[in-house]
Ligand binder design. Structure first.
Ligand code: KG4
Ligand code: ZN
Length: 350
């Protein structure tokens, strides 16, 4: 099936065209086009995403990206037209939904029209791990061998707005084990970066500085790391960094970044490990923007090794927001016969 997907939940305008085959048993994806326009530079002076600027930029960028994707689509017609309906910034979501409706009316009235949960996109993005380049074309192709051998899996979904630990029984069934009680881990990276006067988004900046620093320099707390549930809390850790910076005017930024990152990563990795052991998981699935973090990938790879589980994370470009993952989730929705209403919903859960 050919899927055209549109994503505008936050500060990335994205459109992708993906070919999906294999069904729930052996899903396979070829990414024919994956276009992302980032608005980061525009939001940077404000230290975070400004919803109305995001909306304005989505309105401007969508027709440009659509024109570009049309060149890739050529005469092909998508079987599915998918659009992110939430969670996210409501004004941003509405621009994507409105644009998708126009595209459907004008170009693809026969396509199945699916609303997609952004977090399902992240969750399923592990299916975009390890690409092999097709011989005839340069489109990356993703084949998932023996998908049933992955399950049960423990999924760690970590983004700017969410931190969720799930037990995934199949491509159709999962249960949320825990989530953050306050800040999302990506949000904590962004806020700590601001304290260190590093630009937005903070995750990649913290990672860069952390590589130069000593992770054992400052013993920041690991809130809830030993609690018996699977919840997380990053607000206390963030506040500890704030107090540390207040009390140490000459603090070494690299050491602070490294010590903060180590605390955040260890908390996530410990809980994931405990869940793997408790549920006899066969794999750990990592996704969401923070999955781009090498220290986190390495820590979870190690936990997987220690527990005899496999480790899957999307190829680099599918960690942060993109529309290819929305196409993957749309294919799953189609197979699972799940349809969401095509209205923007800022707060839907996974
Ligand atoms: O999934 P995403 O692109 O958007 C949301 O759905 O929120 O995630 C963005 C988040 C931001 O908080 C950003 O700082 C974080 O992912 N991030 C990282 C890294 N790259 C992006 N956090 C830590 N290390 C990174 N390398
Ligand atoms: Zn996201």
């Amino acid at each position: 099936m050919k899927i055209l997907a549109i994503e505008t939940s936050c500060d990335e305008t994205a459109i992708a065209f993906v070919e999906a085959t294999g069904g729930l048993k052996a899903p396979q994806f070829t990414i024919l086009g994956n276009l992302v326009t980032s608005q980061i530079a525009l939001h940077r002076p404000f230290g975070g995403v400004v919803p109305n600027i995001a909306k304005r930029e989505h309105l401007k960028n969508l027709p440009i990206l659509f024109e570009e994707i049309q060149k890739i689509i050529g005469r092909k017609k998508p079987d599915i037209l998918a659009v992110t309906v939430g969670p996210g910034l409501e004004p941003a979501l509405w621009t994507g939904v409105g644009f998708a409706k126009e595209v459907r009316k004008k170009y693809f009235p026969k396509a199945e029209f699916l609303g997609v949960n952004h977090m399902e996109g992240h969750l399923y993005s592990f299916l975009l791990a390890k690409a092999s380049k097709g011989k005839k074309n340069k489109s990356p192709s993703f084949k998932t061998p023996r998908v049933n051998s992955f399950f049960p899996a423990i999924a760690v979904v970590v983004s700017g707005g969410h931190t969720i630990l799930l037990k995934v029984d199949s491509l159709e069934k999962w249960k949320r084990l825990g989530e953050t009680r306050d800040d999302a881990v990506g949000e904590a990276f962004d806020k700590v970066a601001r304290m260190l006067e590093l630009p937005y988004p903070g995750g990649p900046e913290i990672e860069k500085h952390a590589k130069l620093g000593n992770a054992a320099a400052i013993p920041f707390p690991r809130p809830l790391m030993h609690s018996s549930d699977y919840d997380f809390s990053f607000s206390g850790l963030k506040t500890s960094v704030l107090y540390y910076m207040r009390d140490h005017k000459d603090a070494n930024k690299d050491d602070v970044a490294a010590s903060f990152q180590a605390a955040a990563v260890e908390t996530l990795a410990k809980k994931a490990e405990r869940a793997v052991r408790q549920f006899g998981a066969q794999s750990i699935l990592l996704s969401g923007g923070v999955a781009a973090n090498t220290a986190l990938r390495e820590a979870l790879t190690l936990k997987a090794k220690e527990t005899g589980a496999a480790f899957f994370a999307p190829s680099f470009e599918y960690n942060t927001d993109n529309a290819a993952m929305i196409a993957v989730a749309a294919y799953m929705s189609h197979l699972r016969k799940k349809n969401r209403r095509i209205i923007a919903q800022a707060n839907i859960s996974l």
